[in-house]
Design a protein around this ligand. Structure first.
Ligand SMILES: *Cc1c(COP(=O)(O)O)cnc(C)c1O
Length: 462
């Protein structure tokens, strides 16, 4: 299995290389050269398997000879052992035909643990085999950073630097990033918003001297290994509702387009998914693009679902590559136009995108109202991101096709917004109830590439 860049100008890589690199050297993102499929019989055979067994069967065709079967099984087992729920990704019913996939039982209470815990294991296994070390640099709107730190803290061959927008993450998110005491963890609070943080990380990857001198590795949601790990729960949840005999639809609270793109991959692999619905908050650039063809960033407006406060949605590039018939040149052209202010997708590509994705937007008032409504009708307390999903899902339900909304974070990660909406302040699970007593450690930095690069070079262990 080889991996190709969405911009068509970087060398093909193996799974191991694509995972350890993150971003391609032509600025593109890696995708498998062809997407393996599971037969109807193979999907049926997932019935009754544990999450780990299903994960092995679904991901195995993508990893080539990077790990033996026994190694890969062991890595999967370790990745999910720290989750607070045996089922890993339990499905609960909200109302007739509408289900919630709880993806927040991992160590940092957001769905990003599913991918990050696994790539932490895979990085460690690959690096200890080769004796190499890497410097992981990532930008976060809150959840990626804590998930990455949790997955890589204390690992011998890795330093991890996380840039988050100063003052723009919730207190729980911040504390999850600033309280780990391991010396290979470096948390940087940067002046600016998430898109600024993400832009500086991209700059570092495009500075090849710097990139090579510190062995830069990316674990942001563009990392193919992360997308792959997220494919699994589309299968397990659909199968538990009757796939492959019965179609299901999904609604996904979306920011960087990684999670919903994993759903697209599941569908390409043969999972009978009817509709994939992109749910955005008031930062609705994806919804606007999918309905009008125009992708024109106009500034982030902070919301109560901050992990989706994004205008430059990095994995959308993968969807564009698919919509342009897997041609790198038009994608590279659009990305150049984006640097100059924005782009419009062609009519053909818009049609292709609309065949794959529906979309909807949820305002701040609707988000709060949905938290209250779902609590009253089902006893489930949603985080604001999951509420955005539930609201948009309710507008896309179709008779006879179950709708699964992805619950992307635990309500206790966003206690202020949840309390304001519902009157209930959700407590942290017992296993992390001392979070507010631990000491914090964080470095303030300006939005200044050279200064951040100097700090990284200074801090890494050689
Ligand atoms: C990251 C995140 C999202 C958005 O996921 P993408 O894969 O970036 O689209 C939604 N909700 C929560 C809670 C998140 O942490």
């Amino acid at each position: 299995m080889r991996y190709i860049s969405t911009r068509g100008k970087a060398p093909d890589l193996s799974f191991e290389e694509a995972m350890l690199t993150g971003l391609a050297r032509d600025g593109g993102l890696y995708l498998p050269e062809s997407i393996p499929t599971l037969s109807t019989a193979e999907i049926k055979a997932l019935h009754g398997l544990s999450y780990e067994e299903a994960a092995f069967a679904i991901m195995r065709p993508f990893i080539g000879d990077t790990f033996t079967d026994a190694e890969f099984r062991a890595l999967i087992a370790k990745a999910y052992e720290g989750f607070g729920h045996k089922a890993r990704a339990p499905l609960v019913q909200l109302e007739s035909g509408h289900f919630l996939l709880e993806l927040f039982h991992g160590p940092t209470l957001a769905f990003k643990d599913f991918a990050m815990q696994l790539i932490g294991q895979m990085f460690q296994a690959a690096l200890s085999r080769s004796g190499k070390r890497v410097t992981i640099v990532g930008a976060t709107s809150g959840d990626t950073g804590s998930a990455a730190i949790e997955a890589f803290r204390g690992l011998d061959n890795v330093d991890v630097f996380i840039l988050y927008p100063h003052g723009r993450v919730s207190e729980v998110q911040r504390r999850q990033m600033t309280t780990p005491s391991e010396s290979n963890v470096h948390t940087l609070a940067m002046t600016g918003d998430f898109d600024d943080c993400q832009a500086r990380v991209k700059d570092m990857f495009n500075d090849f001297d710097f990139r090579d001198s510190v062995s830069l590795a990316g674990v942001n949601s563009i990392n193919w290994g992360r997308v792959l790990a997220q494919v699994v729960y589309y299968f397990t949840s659909a199968v538990s509702l009757g796939a492959p005999e019965r179609k299901v639809s999904f609604t996904v609270p979306t920011g960087n387009f990684g999670d919903i793109f994993a759903g697209y991959i599941a569908k390409q692999m043969g999972l009978p998914i009817d509709r994939l619905v992109v749910a955005t908050n008031q930062n609705d650039i994806l919804h606007r693009c999918l309905t009008t063809s125009d992708y024109k960033p106009d500034g982030v407006v902070p919301s109560i679902s901050p992990s989706m406060d994004i205008q430059v949605s990095s994995n959308f590039e993968r969807a564009l590559f698919e919509a342009y018939g897997r041609e790198g040149a038009p994608v590279a052209q659009l990305m150049d136009e984006l640097k100059a202010g924005g782009f419009s997708v062609s009519q053909g590509a818009l049609q292709a995108l609309q065949e794959s994705y529906d979309s909807g937007r949820c305002s701040e008032e609707e988000t709060s109202a949905t938290i209250a409504k779902v609590l009253a009708e089902s006893t489930e307390l949603l985080c604001p991101h999951s509420a955005v999903g539930a609201k948009v899902a309710s507008e896309h339900m179709q008779a006879d096709t179950p709708m699964i909304t992805l619950a992307t974070a635990h309500p206790a990660k966003f206690p202020d917004a949840v309390e304001a909406a519902s009157g209930i302040r959700p407590p942290l699970p017992a296993r992390m109830s001392d979070l507010f007593e631990r000491d914090e450690r964080v470095t303030r930095v300006e939005n200044d590439l050279a200064a951040i690069q100097a700090l990284i070079k200074d801090r890494i262990r050689s």
